[in-house]
Design a protein around this ligand. Structure first.
Ligand SMILES: Nc1nc2c(ncn2[C@@H]2O[C@H](COP(=O)(O)OP(=O)(O)OP(=O)(O)O)[C@@H](O)[C@H]2O)c(=O)[nH]1
Ligand SMILES: [Mg+2]
Length: 605
C-alpha cells in the first residue's frame, strides 16, 4: 500500500518518545480540541503511569496527508529491550530520538543496533532542544559517529535529521531555522520511510509480533500483514515453529487507530493489525492462508540475563493479605505471562513450590512481581542471580556498558566502587560541569551498585546501562558487607525495644509492624548477623514510665522498596511479598537451623 508507513520510535529511557507521540496524536486531530489531555497517553497501564516509564510497546496510528502512519511507541529502559526487539519486525522505519543535552546513551546504542540489524530506514530526531544545556551540533556528531561505529549502511549514515522540542510539539529541519509544528517531521516520515512491501495478490501471510488477550476471544495476534489481506471468516493455518499446522478461522480483524482499535472488514498488505479467532497463536508463529507457505522469519531475541526463584509463600504470616497462594496459581500466572513476554522464561526446579524465572534485568522481574501483588498474589523471591553461559568450556557472563555522570568531587569514590566491582573504565571526560564515566562492567556487578553509587554521591550521580555482550567470568565481586538483625519470635515491633536496640543498626520497620522468628528486621552495624527481639515491651510498673515511653522518638525506619529489597538480600535470605507488605526473611527461620547450615551439617527436622 502506497499511502501507508510503519514506524517505531526508539531511544534511551526518558528521551521523550511517548511525549512526542502525544503531540503527533494531537497535531493530527486525534483529540477533540476541548478534550482534556493527559501527558503520555500511550503509557496507559497503572505501573507505567506511576513510574513515568513505558513498559510495553504499543501501537497507534495517525493520518497525515491521506497517508496512514502506524506508530509503535517502545520502552527505553534496558530491562524492556525485549519489547523493542520483538516489535521492530512491524516497522519499516525508525525515529531514533536522542536527548539534545544528554546525547546518545547506552540504550540508544542497543536499540540502534537492533534497528540496523532489521534494516530499517532511520530518521534522527535531536529532541528536548528547549533544555538550556542542549548541544545539538555535538549530539548529532556523536550520533553519527555511533552509526559509523555500528557499521550502518550508507542510507542510514545519511539519515535525515529533525530537531525537536517534543514536549511543545515543535520541530525544524535546519538547526538555525525557525521552530514550526510537527509538519516537517511527518513530511520527513512520508518522504524517507518506504511504504511497506509485500504482494497484495498473494495469499494472506502474517508473522505474529505481539499478543493481546481478552476474556471473550482469548488470545489475539498482532503483526504486520506481509502478503495478501485478512478478513473475518477466512479459514487460515497457524504455522508453528515446530512444523505443526493448526487450522483455524479468523473471527475479527482490527487495525490501530488513534488511541484504540477499530474493527475493519478487511486489512491489506503492509498494515498492522490485530486478529482474533486463533487462540493457540504464539509469538513468532505465522498465520497463513496456505498450509504450505514459508513462515515469516522471526528474529530470536536476546537471552535473559537474570534469574530468581518465585516461591510459594510459606512464611508464618502467609495468607493474611493475599488471595492467590498456591503453587498452581503461581505457575499458571507465570506461564500466562510468558505467552506475551518472550523475554521471560519460566522453568521448574526440584521443588514443586518454587519456579525459576528468568528475565532481562531486575526491573523486568520486579515489574512482574508488582503486577502480581496487585492482582492478589503472595510469593517469596530468592536473590537475583546472573545467568552465566558456557561457551566451549569457558564460563562467560553478561556485560553492560554503563555511563555515570557525577560531580567531580565524587569521581574518586565512584571510580573506587567501579574498580572493586570489576568495571573496566573505557573513558572519563568532563561534560557540562560534571564528569562522565564510561565503563564496561559485569551485569552481576550492577546489582546493588546503583544504590551504593547514590549513597556515595549524596544521590547526585546518574547511572544508566545497556546490555553489551558476554565476557569471560571476571571473578568474585564483593557481596553485601553488613550483617542483618534477625527477629527472635513472633510478635509486633515495639517502640521500647526498637529504642533500646537503636545502637545495633538501622531498622527496616516501624513500631506496630508484625514480625516473626527469622524475619530480617534491620541491618546490623557489624558484619555478622544478630538475633534480637524487637517485640519486647517495657514492663509497666507505673504511669510515669509509660508516659516516658510515649516520649521516645525513634529515627525513621529504612523502608525498602521491592527493587531495593531484591538487591539487598543474600543467598540465604528471601523477600516475601504480599499485596500489602514487603518483608525480608532468612530462608531458615530458626537460629539453630542456620547454625547447622553454616557448619555444613544437614538440616534436622
Ligand atoms: N525539556 C524537555 N523535556 C521533555 C521533552 N519531551 C519530553 N520531556 C520530558 O522527559 C521525560 C520523559 O518523557 P517520556 O516521553 O516519558 O520519555 P520516553 O522516552 O517515552 O521514556 P520511556 O518510554 O520510559 O523510555 C518527561 O518528564 C517529559 O516531560 C522536551 O522536549 N523537552
Ligand atoms: Mg515512553
Amino acid at each position: 500500500m502506497k499511502n501507508l508507513r510503519n514506524i517505531a520510535i526508539i531511544a534511551h529511557v526518558d528521551h521523550g518518545k511517548t511525549t512526542l507521540v502525544d503531540h503527533m496524536l494531537r497535531q493530527t486531530g486525534v483529540f477533540r480540541s476541548n478534550e482534556a489531555l493527559k501527558d503520555c497517553v500511550m503509557d496507559s497501564n497503572d505501573l507505567e503511569r506511576e513510574r513515568g516509564i513505558t513498559i510495553l510497546a504499543k501501537n497507534t496510528s495517525v493520518t497525515w496527508r491521506d497517508t496512514k502512519i502506524n506508530i509503535i511507541d517502545t520502552p527505553g529502559h534496558h530491562d524492556f529491550g525485549g519489547e523493542v526487539e520483538r516489535v521492530l519486525a512491524m516497522a519499516d522505519g525508525a525515529l531514533v530520538l536522542v536527548d539534545g543535552a544528554d546525547g546518545p546513551m547506552p540504550q540508544t546504542r542497543y536499540v540502534l543496533q537492533k534497528a540496523l540489524a532489521s534494516g530499517l530506514e532511520l530518521i534522527l530526531v535531536i529532541n528536548k532542544l528547549d533544555r538550556p544545556e542542549a548541544r545539538p551540533v555535538e549530539v548529532l556528531d556523536e550520533l553519527q559517529y555511533l552509526l559509523l561505529e555500528l557499521e550502518a549502511h550508507d542510507r542510514q549514515l545519511h539519515a535525515p535529521v529533525v530537531y525537536a522540542i517534543g514536549r511543545s510539539g515543535k520541530a525544524k529541519i535546519n538547526a538555525d531555522g525557525e521552530w514550526g509544528d510537527l509538519t516537517c517531521l511527518f513530511d520527513t516520515i512520508l518522504e524517507h520511510v518506504p511504504a511497506p512491501g509485500g504482494d497484495e495478490n498473494s495469499p494472506f501471510l502474517m508473522g505474529v509480533s505481539s499478543l493481546d488477550y481478552n476474556d471473550y476471544v482469548g488470545r489475539m495476534a498482532i503483526g504486520k500483514v506481509s502478503a495478501g489481506k485478512a478478513e473475518p471468516d477466512m479459514e487460515v493455518f497457524l504455522l508453528k515453529h515446530d512444523g505443526k499446522r493448526i487450522p483455524g478461522k479468523i473471527v475479527k480483524v482490527e487495525t490501530f487507530s488513534n488511541l484504540g482499535r477499530t474493527m475493519v472488514p478487511s486489512v491489506g498488505t503492509g498494515d498492522i493489525c490485530c486478529i482474533a479467532g486463533l487462540p493457540d497463536c504464539d509469538l513468532g508463529d505465522t498465520i497463513s492462508l496456505s498450509r504450505s507457505a514459508e513462515p515469516v522469519p522471526f528474529t530470536a531475541i536476546d537471552a535473559p540475563t537474570v534469574a530468581m526463584n518465585f516461591i510459594v509463600n510459606d512464611s508464618p504470616l502467609s495468607g493474611k493479605d493475599g488471595e492467590f497462594l498456591t503453587s498452581n496459581f503461581l505457575r499458571d500466572r507465570l506461564m500466562r505471562e510468558t505467552l506475551s513476554d518472550p523475554a521471560l522464561l519460566v522453568e521448574p526446579t526440584e521443588s514443586p513450590d518454587s519456579l525459576r524465572v528468568k528475565g532481562r534485568g531486575l526491573l523486568h522481574l520486579s515489574i512482574l512481581i508488582e503486577k502480581m501483588r496487585r492482582e492478589g498474589f503472595e510469593l517469596q523471591l530468592s536473590r537475583p542471580e546472573i545467568i552465566f553461559r558456557d561457551v566451549d568450556g569457558v564460563k562467560m557472563e553478561p556485560m553492560e556498558r554503563a555511563e555515570i555522570t557525577v560531580d567531580a568531587e565524587y569521581l574518586g569514590k565512584v571510580m573506587e566502587l567501579l574498580g572493586t566491582r570489576r568495571g573496566e573504565i573505557l573513558n572519563v571526560e568532563p561534560r557540562q560541569n560534571q564528569m562522565h564515566v564510561l565503563v564496561r562492567i559485569p551485569t552481576r556487578a550492577l546489582i546493588g551498585l546503583h544504590g551504593r553509587i547514590l549513597s556515595a554521591t549524596r544521590g547526585t550521580a546518574v547511572l544508566t546501562s545497556a546490555l553489551d555482550g558476554f565476557a569471560e567470568f571476571k571473578g568474585e565481586i564483593p557481596d553485601r558487607l553488613a550483617g542483618v538483625i534477625v527477629q527472635q519470635e513472633i510478635g509486633e515491633a515495639a517502640t521500647y525495644a526498637l529504642d533500646n536496640l537503636k545502637t545495633r543498626g538501622t531498622f527496616f520497620l516501624a513500631p506496630g509492624t508484625p514480625v516473626y522468628e527469622g524475619m530480617v528486621v534491620g541491618e546490623h552495624v557489624h558484619e555478622r548477623d544478630i538475633v534480637v527481639n524487637v517485640g519486647r515491651k517495657k514492663k509497666l510498673t507505673n504511669m510515669r514510665s509509660s508516659t516516658a515511653d510515649a516520649m521516645i522518638v525513634l529515627s525513621q525506619p529504612k523502608i525498602l522498596s521491592l527493587e531495593e529489597a531484591l538487591e539487598y538480600i543474600k543467598g540465604d535470605e528471601l523477600v516475601e511479598v504480599t499485596p500489602k507488605v514487603i518483608r525480608l526473611r532468612k530462608k531458615l527461620l530458626k537460629e539453630h537451623q542456620r547454625k547447622r547450615a553454616e557448619q555444613g551439617l544437614p538440616a534436622r527436622a
